[in-house]
Design a protein. Structure first.
Length: 308
């Protein structure tokens, strides 16, 4: 969440608390946090001319038990609004969290390598333009693996016209990957796709309180006028979704340029989350259950012996 939204959200959340309100709860490739240590945590075909047999794809080096993890990204990785309103909760982070119910990537590593260390260097409100600076902070720790989940804020602009251009998004992510490859040549990078923001609108708009919170300015490019079904409103949402798909395509294409990078292939984007996965403070960020789902999806990529 961008900082300028917090004051308004605080007023609404406070009113809900004081009033004693209760709430009920597609496939496409599509500054700095406070470090925390996990010391106890985380042949030819028939007919025609003979053809040479295709060469097997080279094996991409990958350690399924890296002894340290640094996470880069935005409020999703910081666990914002997952434990209490308007607050980061890194202990539930899908990447480096310490809560048993989340079973983060780092915690899964700790089960095999008890001395696993981790640092959550993501920042709430971060854009992809902030990623190179986060990578520099990570380099100081020399982690064996870096996780990246970034891009929702680039799409969650005031209007679709204000979203980060795809070329700029690709360039900033490319600079980050080039820096990590140059500075930490043996460090592997796990890259998550960006969640489907249109699905967020689709499931979250069913909650009356959620729609009121969204009116404070949460992801207006997608969530503004949540009940509007005009041609213009539908086109606006489709434009944002298409931009997220384009960002995800860029993430995958850049990642594939580096042998020590794994992209989730759009798995997070494709995950059909529901309201039970969303924070009941803002109906936007993942709650503890949502963080656990992210950990499950991305751990499957991080710890697979091979990926396509």
């Amino acid at each position: 969440m961008r900082p300028l939204l917090r004051r308004g959200l605080a007023l609404t959340v406070g009113a809900v608390l004081l009033g004693g309100c209760t709430v009920s709860g597609p496939s496409s490739d599509g500054g700095r946090g406070t470090p925390s240590a996990h010391t106890s945590h985380s042949a030819s075909g028939g007919g025609g001319s003979p053809q040479a047999a295709p060469r097997p794809s080279p094996t991409r080096p990958w350690n399924v038990r890296p002894p340290s993890v640094a996470s880069l990204g935005d409020s999703i990785t910081r666990g914002f609004d997952a434990c209490s309103p308007l607050s980061d909760c890194p202990e539930v982070s899908w990447s480096t969290g310490t809560r048993d119910k989340v079973d983060s990537v780092a915690e899964r590593l700790t089960a095999a390598v008890p001395a696993t260390r981790s640092w959550n260097l993501a920042r709430s409100g971060a854009l992809v333009a902030d990623l190179p600076a986060q990578a520099e902070a990570a380099a100081a720790h020399r982690p064996a693996m870096v996780t990246v989940l970034i891009g929702a804020n680039d799409a969650c602009a005031a209007t679709p016209d204000d979203m980060t251009p795809v070329a700029d998004f690709r360039a900033d992510f490319g600079r980050t990957m080039a820096y990590l490859h140059r500075t930490l040549p043996h460090t592997q990078v796990l890259v998550s796709s960006i969640p489907d923001l249109k699905r967020l609108w689709s499931v979250g708009r069913r909650n009356v309180l959620g729609k009121q919170v969204w009116k404070l300015g949460l992801c207006p490019s997608m969530l503004r006028d949540a009940d509007a079904h005009s041609a213009a409103a539908e086109q606006r949402r489709d434009t944002v979704r298409d931009r997220v798909i384009a960002y995800n395509t860029a993430l995958g294409q850049v990642c594939r340029q580096y042998e020590r990078c794994r992209y989730d292939g759009g798995a997070v984007f494709d995950y059909r989350f529901g309201t039970d996965d969303l924070s009941h403070w803002d109906w936007f960020h993942p709650n503890e259950r949502g963080q656990a789902q992210l950990a499950r999806i991305l751990a499957a990529v991080a710890f697979a012996k091979t990926v396509p």
